[in-house]
Design a binder for this molecule. Structure first.
Ligand code: DX5
Length: 226
């Protein structure tokens, strides 16, 4: 497998991140082909049926998606005991692994992710205050603000999360660290502008992208608006 590049550093332009959850599972390669040159990386939503009421992918999909897209893969672990899976997702080629602040031992997991090689992300459910992320700012490369309840794609964006994104941008700026601020859930042509305007510089897009008749044109259009 050709070496997939690692996750880039934040550089002032919003990164567009297709979510495989909404792609055609019958042929991920065909689904990703139109967007791979326009996307910055790809997200795999991993669900254990316990942390969220849904079950999705295992580590094996990461390698296939990284190969099909030729892009870095961000594994968003919506799982209660992430420590059990970090080594497998690192070994499968994840460039970034994100764990939830509400899961078991997020601090220990962030340390372990970095020791395994990938970059480390921390995610907050909509109901979890930003303050829960503050103790971990020195250990993360990405902060994920969920703009829907985790577990399913195709939900409506929660505008109530915009103040949290704005506050997170201020906190990251004050930290002086290069941390991506990712918004995930219900991102479409209009909510992307809201989220980016609030300070998000990584936008996870699932349904709005893969339900589009012209996904490449959708991403090109979005990129021009951000
Ligand atoms: C929810 C998932 C979704 C997905 C994006 O657990 O994390 O947010 O990535 O799906 P859409 O773009 O369809 O909301």
């Amino acid at each position: 497998m050709s070496r997939v590049p690692g996750l880039p550093l934040p550089r002032g332009r919003a990164a567009l991140v297709p979510s495989v959850l909404a792609a055609d599972f019958c042929c991920l390669e065909r689904s990703l082909a139109p967007v791979k040159k326009l996307a910055d990386w790809v997200q795999i939503d991993v669900m254990d049926g316990h942390f969220v009421p849904n079950i999705s992918f295992g580590p094996g999909v990461v390698r296939s998606v990284a190969r099909a897209a030729g892009l870095p893969v961000d594994a968003h672990l919506m799982v209660s005991e992430p420590a059990r899976f970090l080594a497998a997702f690192a070994a499968s080629g994840s460039s970034l692994i994100t764990v939830h602040a509400e899961a078991e031992d997020p601090g220990g997991c962030l340390k372990k992710i970095k020791a395994l090689g990938p970059k480390a992300g921390l995610a907050l459910r909509p109901g979890t205050p930003l303050a829960r992320a503050l103790p971990f700012l020195g250990a993360i490369d990405l902060l994920l603000i969920m703009t829907v309840e985790p577990g399913f794609g195709g939900q409506a964006f929660m505008p109530a999360m915009l103040p949290k994104i704005r506050a997170a941008r201020e906190v990251i700026k004050a930290s002086g660290r290069r941390i991506w601020l990712q918004a995930d859930g219900g991102i479409n042509a209009s909510t992307a502008v809201l989220a980016a305007g609030a300070g998000a510089d990584s936008l996870v897009i699932g349904s709005a992208l893969f339900s589009s008749r012209h996904p490449a044109a959708f991403l090109r259009g979005l990129s021009g608006k951000l």
